[in-house]
Design a protein around this ligand. Sequence first.
Ligand code: SAH
Ligand code: SF4
Length: 347
Amino acid sequence: MKQSLVGLPLTELEKLFTPSFRARQLYQHICRGTRSFAEMTDFSLSLRETMENRYTLYSSEIVQQFKDRDGSVKLQIGLSNEARIESILLADKTGRKTACLSTQVGCPIGCVFCRTGMLGFNRNLASTEIVEQYLHLQTVAGSRIDNVVVMGMGEPLLNIEELRKALVFLTSAEGVNLSKRSVTISTSGAAAGIWDLAEKGPNVRLALSLITADEKLRGRLMPATRANPLSTVKDALRRYQQSQKRRVTLEIVILGGVNNRQKDVDLTADFAQGLKVAVNLIPWNPVFGALFEGAPLRQPSRAETNGFAESLRRKGLNVTVRLKKGCDVGGACGQLGYLPRTEVHET
Ligand code: SAH
Ligand code: SF4
């Protein structure tokens, strides 16, 4: 199999191509999203042919695209080993574009409200596969994407080494050059990963999928988070805030009647004590077949969502409600899941 080049650090390309300015030219092409060697007309025809014979650019390919009325696009991406992942281009009314990237095929945390969690875990993505998602989305967007949320399939901080390499590519000045402030990682609370991020960076934004600060309920909704008690997660967040000086977002997916009780309000306020946080409420997006201990989950009514937000505000918390994006295409939070090849209808 030919080696693929997209997503490799410049230092790796320099080992493959001499003189080093050639490597740098190639790197710039890749960062700009050039899709074929043929388009690299600043290289001689014979060099382009040699490259074509020895290497490929991308290791993954766009298998299907689903466009939403709101301008969001869900991509199904086929990886070299036949597995599939999904990545989303989120668009808002102001024209702001955000790439939502996956870090794993499936997810080992097993949250009962999340489609990815219902799939189980297959494998970690390589850094190059994470970078490729961004570049595929940029091609589909037709213009630069300035924001990245690592909120697709998988638990990012259980794949932190590869994620870090991908983020270096995306945020370094000689790479894609995104601002670190416009990159957010969302975690279910992998404490060791939060510590690692605090120690070694990169200094990006962090969101914790708190869901509820009722430890017992949390363990039932998000089984593999039991390995990280909330007190440990909070210590890690404090450490993160000492070094990175950034406000952390607490994400709460509202599961109607399950985690929007007064008890959840009180415990969330306790958890937030001593941290600099903003709370982001996400009304649950339906996932086919999602059950909590045998009972179907339901979306909260608008009144429930507003009531929950108000109760949290009365505790002095800064609360926003996340607007739905990508819902028609199954690209909204928690609706991501790859399909085995046989189930996909090629178009
Ligand atoms: N694994 C990481 C990042 C991916 S999930 C994490 O859990 O943080 C991204 C966000 O989508 C999380 O905040 C998660 O709680 C939320 N989510 C999962 N399933 C959802 C659903 N069905 N409806 C709305 N949000 C959901
Ligand atoms: Fe994994 Fe996040 Fe889904 Fe939980 S919500 S199963 S941690 S992707």
